[in-house]
Design a protein around this ligand. Structure first.
Ligand code: C5P
Length: 222
């Protein structure tokens, strides 16, 4: 066996990807960024000018889309065909559109198939919204990483300022709140705390403290 299958779920901006990336590095595991998959589908749909209400077309697109997640030093590069879209999928517009395509059952089904194919061997840190609940219900360890809306908005605001985006704190807060709503209230695979998950609230914690707590929990299972 290549190692454990570890899932990390939680709302946007809670620090999931920061801890997932560090953990993958530390353990020599594969970082499976499932949010990137929804993002690349959203980007492709936008470029094709698809109707975001057309669930059939969106499902078909997710099933047939030629994209790749390529592991790199600190995270993952995302390719749409031959094009590196790692930056293009991380804009406020794609934040929003990814959560719109994520409501479509056919899109979720197509991506779940790809995710399970990657995760089944183990040695994987699977990060997303439904990893422990739907995609990998039998994972050896499940984490639910969360934080207050305020704390998450503060972090996102800082990130987006660093990227040079001209966006107000209020806008960041509103965008996060709307995305949380869509992710938590959709009918298929909504964001929930998976059964048996270890819950970590990162509002008052540094990334190092979170990593420490997660590593301690993993040691107990190993
Ligand atoms: O995690 P990230 O912010 O990159 O995810 C983008 C969007 O993709 C989320 O807001 C959510 O709507 C969707 N998503 C999902 N299920 C996952 C991962 C992401 O629905 N497992």
């Amino acid at each position: 066996p290549k190692g454990l299958l570890i899932t990390i779920d939680g709302p946007a901006g809670a620090g999931k990807s920061t801890v997932a990336k560090k953990l993958a590095q530390k353990l020599g595991y594969l970082y499976l960024d499932t949010g990137a998959m929804y993002r690349v589908v959203a980007l492709a749909a936008k470029r094709l000018g698809l109707d975001f209400q057309d669930e059939e077309r969106l499902g078909e697109l997710a099933k047939t889309l030629d994209f790749k997640l390529v592991p790199r030093e600190n995270g993952v590069s995302v390719f749409l065909g031959e094009e590196d879209v790692s930056q293009a999928i991380r804009t406020p517009e794609i934040d929003r559109l990814s959560s719109v395509v994520a409501r479509v059952p056919g899109v979720r089904e197509a991506l779940k198939t790809r995710q399970q194919a990657i995760g089944k061997e183990g040695g994987v840190i699977a990060e997303g919204r439904d990893m422990g609940s739907v995609v990998f219900p039998d994972a050896e360890i499940k984490f639910f990483i969360t934080a207050s809306l305020e704390a998450r908005a503060r972090r996102r605001y800082k990130e987006q300022k660093q990227k040079g985006l001209n966006i107000s704190f209020e806008e960041v807060l509103t965008n996060l709140r709307e995305r949380d709503e869509r992710d938590s209230k959709r009918e298929v695979a909504p964001l929930v705390i998976p059964e048996g998950a270890i819950i970590i609230d990162t509002s008052e914690l540094s990334p190092e403290q979170v990593l420490d707590m997660v590593l301690k929990e993993i040691e107990k299972v190993k």
